[in-house]
Design a protein around this ligand. Structure first.
Ligand code: GLA
Length: 386
């Protein structure tokens, strides 16, 4: 829905008056998967599609939450914000409001209408987009825009961890909150130090490919992987003074790996350490325009997520390996949590049509239904549109 239509829908729901409009992007991660919670480097960027919100302050403590994507409208009271399964999507804004109230920020009653164009369940962070959006709205409407952006990112992650109950790392909220046009963010998840890299991919296009597989089981498997990494860490901490798996170099890990007896636990830790090294190399490659090498690293990352971390599955593997075989592709990998959702590919612009035709046909023949393809530029982080 465009902004004009969204504003008229807002007026239809809540009546005439001043409306403020905000936008918050989705994200893809270029490389550095499943290592934000292992103190590693990640390399995500914000997309140029995401979630819009029209908002207006109220005189009371009431919250009216509506969305053009879902029929469900939710009313809540600022003094009594609790997770309620039947509130579905509205739990994300409610959660951020709750953690911001608890953290001592000013929050007041609001009428809100949101409208998202991130495909739901595609693993492009529609929930982080909605969370950070809410944080920015609260900062602008009630705190003169003075809430520090990284603080909004951390509070959004807190809402997801403790209010919604999903044990995610900080990458998604960081990418959504701190994204910059045409730049990827190299984020050290241990220290939260970050650096922007210009994404100059010249004759290539960043293609987002959706497996269209429903991400069943992803949450429990995600938590299982986190627990396996914690197990590896506690074994290695008896041998070396580290706070996170990704503090180890590849050489240090290889010298210690035999102490981890369980094969699956050893494999998870190996992925984390090697993936972290790949991110640093990928950052250098992108900076010096070595795109073929960058593409190679994407493929190595996918192989590791398949063989060592075991979070891909038939759909993502088919999509990625068919992409790599198709015309013009110099690299591809799953992005996000895995088990379905999306993959990315770097494809020569001149061969894009052939690439899509081949990947689509082959994927559909093997999997039984078609994938989707999206072309997004790299967008800005969450902001008020003025
Ligand atoms: C999900 C989580 C992130 C990160 C990725 C995997 O997107 O929300 O914190 O762990 O999976 O890299």
């Amino acid at each position: 829905m465009d902004i004009i239509a969204l504003k008229s829908e807002f007026i239809r729901l809540y009546g005439e008056g001043k409306i403020r409009v905000f936008h918050s992007p989705g994200r893809v991660n270029l490389i550095g998967e499943h290592i934000d919670y292992n103190g590693g480097y990640v390399f995500p960027c914000a997309l140029d599609f995401g979630t819009f919100a029209c908002v207006r302050k109220r005189e009371d403590n009431k919250l009216n939450l509506a969305s053009t994507n879902f029929d469900l409208k939710v009313t809540a009271d600022l003094d009594n914000l609790i997770y309620d399964e039947k509130d579905d999507w509205a739990n994300y804004p409610k959660g951020v409001m709750k953690v911001m109230v608890d953290a001592g920020y000013k929050v007041g009653g609001m009428d809100i209408l949101v409208s998202g164009n991130i495909p739901n369940g595609a693993g492009l962070s529609s929930s982080a987009s909605l969370e950070v959006l809410t944080g920015v709205v609260i900062s602008e409407l009630f705190n003169n825009g003075a809430v520090d952006r990284v603080e909004i990112v951390k509070l959004s992650q807190k809402a997801e961890n403790h209010f919604v109950g999903v044990n995610c790392g900080i990458m998604d909220q960081f990418a959504v909150g701190m994204g910059k046009k045409n730049k990827a963010i190299l984020l050290d998840c241990n220290s939260l130090k970050y650096d922007y890299a210009e994404v100059n991919i010249g004759d290539y296009s960043l293609v987002i490919m959706n497996t269209n597989k429903r991400r069943a089981l992803s949450e429990s498997k995600y938590n299982e992987r986190r627990a396996e990494c914690d197990e590896a860490l506690s074994i290695l901490q008896k041998l070396k003074n580290i706070g996170a798996l990704c503090e180890l170099t590849v050489e240090e890990f290889n010298a210690l790996a035999h102490n981890i007896e369980k094969e699956n636990v050893r494999k998870r830790a190996k992925h984390a350490v090697y993936e972290n090294e790949r991110v640093k190399k990928a950052y250098d490659c992108l900076n010096k325009g070595a795109l073929k090498e960058f593409g190679e690293l994407l493929i190595q990352s996918h192989d590791s997520l398949k063989d060592l971390y075991e979070v891909t599955g038939k759909e993502l593997d088919t999509l990625v390996y068919e992409a790599i075989k198709a015309p013009g592709c110099i690299g591809a990998r799953m992005t996000g949590a895995g088990f379905g959702g999306c993959a990315i590919a770097l494809v020569d612009k001149a061969l894009l049509e052939d690439f899509i035709a081949q990947v689509k046909t082959n994927y559909e023949n093997i999997i039984g239904y078609a994938p989707d393809f999206y072309f997004s530029g790299i967008g800005e982080g969450a902001e008020e549109l003025k």
